[in-house]
Write a protein that binds this ligand. Structure first.
Ligand SMILES: [Zn+2]
Length: 298
């Protein structure tokens, strides 16, 4: 499953390729699982609109579009922009290609652009989701929205949790206050931090020296400071790595495995810790395979 850095890589790659283009036609596959908004709504909203930007929010790709004037109704100042949300699920891919490129099996949506190129959503296992999010006009004019009384970085769709690359230390520490679950489970809880998956949770906990089973509420301020820094560092490192291979995901029609960091603990069960040579242990926590060094992580 693509994690935050992979989704960011794809969103940035698609943004660089389609920003500013107009969508002239939309085709959808009629496979009901894929569409969280009615297909007719997706097609009617996107057709004729212009793509303003493509970005990542959590593990969702958000395509902001400016609606055609004909689609705006005159009364009540309706939204001038909308957002097309693309969640890749387990196997979803978003490709930008020329029309000659054969359409892959399991293609569920094709947006035709005004330069004849196409944005295609391909998803064999159909855990991916496509939907339209209507941006509130007031939100848009303010430029920011408030959530829990705090200013959020993003206008429009903000997802359920906080953004791990943007959250302040105080807000990060507050997430775990009074939380009795193991820290690993708290890191995976998408309503707290969105976009952190199994790999980066294990890798960040190793780098911070924190045992995944520790109760979140009992982790010291100093340790949480280290954990936030470790999480940001592993995510940024992976995003940087993805930047060099973006073309493999966005341009090509082949199926490629996602890039991976050189893991320190993830899926290295029984192998020596890169810091102390103790064999890496594996356990199941919150239903997920969890990897840690019993010596380095306290
Ligand atoms: Zn170790």
């Amino acid at each position: 499953m693509p994690e935050l850095p992979e989704v960011e890589t794809i969103a940035n790659g698609v943004n660089a390729r389609v920003r500013g283009r107009r969508i002239t036609a939309v085709w959808t596959s009629s496979k009901p699982q894929t569409f969280k908004s009615p297909e007719t709504e997706i097609a009617s909203t996107l057709t004729g609109s212009r793509i303003e930007s493509v970005r990542r929010v959590g593990k969702t790709i958000v395509m902001t579009i400016r609606l055609e004037p004909t689609l705006r109704s005159a009364k009540d100042g309706p939204p001038r922009t909308a957002e097309f949300l693309i969640h890749l699920g387990m196997t979803g891919r978003l490709l930008v290609c020329t029309p000659e490129m054969p359409v892959a099996p399991h293609t569920h949506a094709v947006l035709t652009l005004d330069d004849a190129r196409e944005v295609r959503f391909v998803d064999p296992r159909r855990f991916g989701r496509l939907s339209i999010h209507h941006t509130d006009a007031a939100e848009e004019s303010a430029g920011t929205i408030t959530k829990s009384g705090r200013q959020q970085k993003f206008a429009g769709y903000a997802g359920p949790g906080s953004e791990p690359l943007a959250i302040s230390l105080d807000d990060f520490v507050a997430l775990f206050h009074n939380r009795r679950t193991p820290i690993k489970a708290a890191l995976l809880n998408q309503s707290l931090l969105h976009g952190v998956g199994n790999i980066y949770a294990d890798e960040a906990l190793f780098r911070a020296g924190i045992r995944p089973t520790r109760q979140a509420a009992r982790i010291s301020h100093e340790e949480l400071k280290k954990l936030r820094a470790a999480l940001v560092a592993v995510l940024k490192q992976a995003i940087k790595l993805g930047g060099s291979s973006v073309s493999d995901y966005v341009d090509a029609d082949g199926v490629r495995g996602f890039f991976q960091l050189r893991h320190k603990v993830y899926q290295r069960t029984g192998e020596p810790c890169r810091a102390c040579r103790t064999p890496i242990k594996r356990m199941t926590l919150a239903g997920r395979g969890t990897h840690f060094c019993p010596t380095c992580q306290k």
